[in-house]
Design a binder for this molecule. Sequence first.
Ligand SMILES: [Zn+2]
Length: 63
Amino acid sequence: MDKKMLDILVCPLCNGKLSLVNSPQQLICRFDRLSFPFDEDIPVLLAEKSTALTAEQLEQFDE
Ligand SMILES: [Zn+2]
């Protein structure tokens, strides 16, 4: 995914920055603890399509 595109994408709930995670590719909002899926390389930034993440799952995404 284009890094410039990542810079302009924000969480639809909090308007916060999103983090790109791979395998599977997804965008996560650490504030809302939500994961947004990709549909054929297009990020689906819809609250109703997002998945709630646990604190443990979020920790796994930290480098
Ligand atoms: Zn958010």
